[in-house]
Design a protein around this ligand. Sequence first.
Ligand SMILES: Cc1cc2nc3c(=O)[nH]c(=O)nc-3n(C[C@H](O)[C@H](O)[C@H](O)COP(=O)(O)O)c2cc1C
Length: 330
Amino acid sequence: MFDKPAVMLAPLAGYTDPPFRLLCFEFGADLAETEMISSEGLIRGCERTAAMMDIFEGEGRVGIQLFGSRPPSMASAAEIAAKKRPAFIDINFGCPVKKVVRKNGGAGLMRDLDLMGRIARAVTSAVELPVTAKIRSGWTRESENYIEAGRILQDCGVSAVTLHPRYRSQFFRGEANWNHITSLNAELEIPVIANGDIAGPAELREIINKTGCLTVMVGRAAIGRPWLFNKLRREIRRIYGSIVENGDYEKEAEYPDSLSDKLKIFEKFVRMEVDYKGEQRAILEMRKHYRWYIRGYRGMKEYRARLSRCETLEEVLSILSQVREEIEGN
Ligand SMILES: Cc1cc2nc3c(=O)[nH]c(=O)nc-3n(C[C@H](O)[C@H](O)[C@H](O)COP(=O)(O)O)c2cc1C
């Protein structure tokens, strides 16, 4: 699966739910992941956790991402996840959040590669599906160990490793060090997925040229811009030409040039969220998205403030149509 040029939507907690992923697929993403899902929550049968594994019909290839620190729990959670028929299972060894690393989850495992290996082995033995792992460069610069981690994961039967080349101590600060991705890709026989600071087509080309990775993963740049995948897909086509044309690519949705076109996509997004989560929860959870969709235009501050006070779909749609009227009137 990771042997063809591809752009993947990164797992983003609070963002990469089925409606958002569906939009990204429509614009040309090849692969995507759920947000990180607690293995302990899954095996306890927590409904809210289980719902995070939902995959819509019509989505492309989606991986379910799991986190946890106990190999037997991770194995059981992977078996539960496999029933949802994802394209692959991903293991999170990169989350820097205190609440997660304190219990030895996420990037906490960069401090204990022995346990990391046991988790990876437990998961690859539990399911037939491809298993991937997402790591950081290390816990701190002083304890950098991504090459060793990559080798261990490869030996444990992992199909591909994503590297977000920052240390846990950096969280999201500083620059992603793409040299680490180049080194890891040279070292491993399994594919390495390149991630970190890809803002658009220019960085996509640069990271591919620099690292030689076939699959690249884009996170923050896609928040509020699912249409970015249209441009990324085109760039991939420019780089690889006929390989891509003959691959399993279909035509992506048109890139929206105007704010009005972007708002139409946003409206579709809000409606999908309401259908999926119910109005009250959807409108509340959409609040974090508004600022991304109407940014970079004059006079939008007030609309943004009003949107983030909305409680019903009707209110949201009414404000969106006022924004459209205002820009079309100008
Ligand atoms: C809001 C937010 C949520 C994230 N949630 C996850 C997650 O659930 N699992 C994960 O492996 N990484 C998560 N990440 C990290 C991203 O997947 C990605 O590795 C990181 O943002 C670097 O890539 P980017 O520069 O393209 O954003 C998250 C990042 C952000 C900003």
